[in-house]
Structure formats: C-alpha cells, structure tokens
Design a protein around this ligand. Sequence first.
Ligand code: SF4
Ligand code: SF4
Length: 230
Amino acid sequence: MHQPVTKTTGGLIVLPKEHYLIQRYMKPPEVMDRIGRSACDQCSYCTELCPRYLLGYDVQPHLVMRSLGFSLAGSELWNSFSQLCCQCGICTLYSCPEGLYPREACVQGMADLRSAGKGKWEGPVKVKAHPMKDERRVPMKQLMNRLGIAKYDAKAEYVALEANPSRVRIPVKQHVGEKAVPIVSKGQRVEKAQLIAKINEDKLGANVHASMSGRVQEVNQDMIIIERVN
Ligand code: SF4
Ligand code: SF4
C-alpha cells in the first residue's frame, strides 16, 4: 500500500511480512467472509467490548456477522447495526476469540447500505453509556501483547532529519468533514505554504497548503502532486 505521510500521521511501525498483523491484513475479503460465515458462534464478545457500543451507540458487530449468510437484500437488517461503527478494529484484533473479522464485516455492511441509498443514520441521536463501560476498557498493554507489537515499544530519540523529496503527493482530505477542492492546475508553479485546495465556506473541513515549492504535476479529486523544479 502506498500512502503519503499526512498531518494526522502519528508514527509508523514497520512490521515483517510474516507478522501476525500483516498476515491478517493480507487475507482476501472473500476468505474473511467464508471463515466468518462458518466459524462465528454469535458469542457477541465483539459487541460487548466494542467502544461505540459501550458509549451507547447501536453498533452490534455480532449481528452484522449474520449478514455474511444473506444475499445483499436479506442482509440489510443486520448491516444496519454497522452504521455507527468507527472502524477502530478492536473487535477484529482483540475481542473475537475465533480470530474472525467483524470490523471488516461492518465496513462492508456500511458500504452496502450506502450503495443501497440507506447510509444515513436515522436512529436515536441521544445515547446513554453502557453501565459496564469503564470496566470493559481494553488494557493497552494487553492489546499490544495480543497484537504482537509490545516488543516495538522502545524509547526512540528524536532525530531531526532534513527531508528533501523530489515529489510530494498531498491528499486533499487529511481531516474530518469534506474534501478540500483543488484550486491549482496542472503545470502551475506553486510556492511552499501556498493554498492549493480550499474548503467551501459552508462546509466543515480544512484548507490544504503546499508542503514545498515546485510545479503541479497532477491534480485529481483526491490528491495534488507537486514536483520539485530546480
Ligand atoms: S466475537 Fe467473533 S465469534 Fe463471537 S460473535 Fe463476534 S465475530 Fe462471532
Ligand atoms: S470496529 Fe466498529 S464494531 Fe468493531 S469494535 Fe470498533 S467500532 Fe465496534
């Protein structure tokens, strides 16, 4: 996967290909679905530990897992329990004792609802936290051990490095809300810190600025690419 560093990148952990997390990540969606269909015993641990469910939102991944056994039309009812999922991944990476993929089922469920024109939440907006919310918090150390990343928790000194890329890819959405709209065109010369994509005044979002001076090599609705010119 090729992703640029953005203002929301907090840090990067580089894992070996054979690491548990990479192996899970690389599983094709149809394999995740097939395993889920045959192995989910509806124990509901995924729901009981879901942070959104504990906050009081009607997110119930164990019900969404039922959708795997239905056609698109038949799964609509179960998919509705995915609508307020924030895709944190706790259910897939921590809660499920069978190693299944409830998060991925929720992501698919939301996409199916959106493509059926039913992606808008119409349920209650006032919520009440679950009485066991604090007791069911996932302990960070335990989570890190489960994910096999505890050994990477080492003190790292800050080393100031001067980056001098020949080309940068700048996503126009690095924030919550709407995408910013590009206001530069291909071939245009831009200066470092210049405004290159703007959020409409009536929308929630953030403007995007050039991270270096150069020439715009490509503009599309997701990304602006700038190459350095000497
Ligand atoms: S925790 Fe796993 S096995 Fe249990 S209901 Fe959720 S997906 Fe199914
Ligand atoms: S990925 Fe979604 S369903 Fe799973 S724990 Fe997070 S919010 Fe809950």
